[in-house]
Design a protein around this ligand. Structure first.
Ligand code: ATP
Length: 382
């Protein structure tokens, strides 16, 4: 059905020339937002985002990601710090005077206006002539693949198409940066999965800076060039999706990203680039040449669920990095099987390829050998 095709699949979609603006990009400088005396929503954050980059602000509810986006868009004034785009401070400018536009989660379209009139509305408010705003609206609608539906009313469009109208409505303003506040939050799961591919493709096609707020880890990994993980108003880690997923810097990032097994213990030796940790019932050894861990220190490590080997013979039965676990739940997820386990008085999670499901089906309650390699044990900062 042509209406349901994605931007990447759509035949004849205009390949707009990359509009990547030149300039130094966006800088958040010691940006802070307090609400009253009690709440520090955003606490002295620094971040640089280049033009053409897709950056995701990710974190649990209340971590300050929406407030950060609202300050960039001019919907909230910072308590202190600065927001600089291409060398110019944006402070004091109202949203309509900023070279940014925001796509909100609830993208209310005017129901009684056509798709084209919805998109023309912004330029009309800026006093742009009828002929020019019509042309701009049609260009923006072509970018999102809706040129042929410009005369329809929003009610005659699917949810995904309405979302694309919302995108066209902001693209028509020719922003230097697009701010997306939980843009997929209102959509059902299948549409969300498709729209995130569309957003990614559109951003690539336009070459614009996209700043996208979400609390959904998978969505962040899927769309972002870089992910900014926030916690209690502060930035915990900024990195590409692979690094955030596989090399979390600290306990908060490792816990929030999920599917990491976290162990605490005392460092018992550090030699030959290996750190041994006594975690009580769990003995761990990490390959950590660069670590400054000292004997006697407390340490926290993580082991990715996908790095846990299940049911394989341990090379050294008394060695570190292995435990006997009991399967609590076998969760079949198609491409993979997630095993929820109890081992050494804690809950662990392991992911194995989906084709191993027959091996684990109905094995709740039985014991399995768990092990992992020392290069998969990651020492975390507290
Ligand atoms: P969510 O995903 O739930 O939207 P968030 O990470 O986007 O959360 P923010 O909305 O930025 O978080 O809120 C950060 C903190 O600031 C929270 O503690 C929130 O309660 C508080 N806060 C946000 N807006 C206001 C406001 N207008 N007045 C008082 N406190 C506020």
């Amino acid at each position: 059905m042509p209406d349901e095709q994605t931007v990447t699949q759509r035949e004849g979609a205009p390949t707009a020339p990359s509009r990547t603006p030149s300039g130094t990009g966006l800088e958040l400088k010691s940006l802070t937002k307090r609400f009253g005396d009690e709440v520090v929503a955003v606490d002295d954050i620094n971040l640089h985002i280049a033009h053409g980059e897709y950056v995701v602000l990710l974190g649990p509810s209340g971590c300050g990601k929406t407030t950060t986006l609202r300050m960039i868009g001019g919907h909230e004034e910072p308590t202190s710090g600065d927001i600089v785009l291409d060398g110019q401070s944006l402070l004091g400018l109202t949203p309509d005077k900023r070279p940014t536009t925001t796509v909100f989660q609830h993208f209310a379209l005017f129901p009684h206006r056509s798709v084209r009139e919805n998109v023309e509305f912004g330029p009309k408010m800026h006093g742009i002539s009828k002929a020019e705003r019509r042309e701009k609206a049609m260009t923006a609608l072509d970018m999102v693949g809706l040129g042929a539906m410009s005369d329809r009313k929003p009610s005659a469009l699917s949810g995904g198409q309405q979302q694309r109208v919302a995108l066209a409505r902001v693209l028509v303003m020719e922003p230097k940066a697009l701010l997306l506040d939980e843009p997929l939050g209102d959509l059902d799961r299948l549409l969300r999965l498709r729209m995130r591919v569309e957003l990614r493709a559109l951003q690539r096609q336009l070459g614009l800076m996209f700043i996208h707020v979400t609390h959904d880890q998978e969505e962040a990994l899927s769309v972002g060039d870089r992910i900014v993980v926030m916690h209690e108003g502060r930035i915990e880690q900024v990195a590409d999706p692979f690094t955030i997923s596989n090399l979390p810097e600290n306990v908060r990032v490792a816990s929030f990203m999920g599917d990491n097994n976290i162990f605490e213990g005392t460092v018992t030796s550090h030699e030959g680039g290996r750190v041994s940790i006594d975690g009580g019932d769990a003995q761990l050894r990490a390959l950590a040449a660069e670590s400054d861990a000292r004997v006697g220190q407390q340490a926290v490590v993580s082991v990715r669920a996908a790095a846990v080997q299940v049911g394989e013979d341990a090379r050294d039965a008394n060695g570190p990095n292995q435990l006997l676990g009991q399967i609590e739940v076998v969760e079949y997820l198609g491409d993979l099987v997630k095993l929820h386990l109890a081992a050494a008085g804690r809950r662990l999670v392991a992911k194995v390829p989906g084709d191993r499901f027959p091996e684990f089906r109905g094995r709740e309650g039985s014991s399995v050998q768990l092990s992992w390699k020392e290069e998969d044990v990651r020492l975390l900062r507290a």
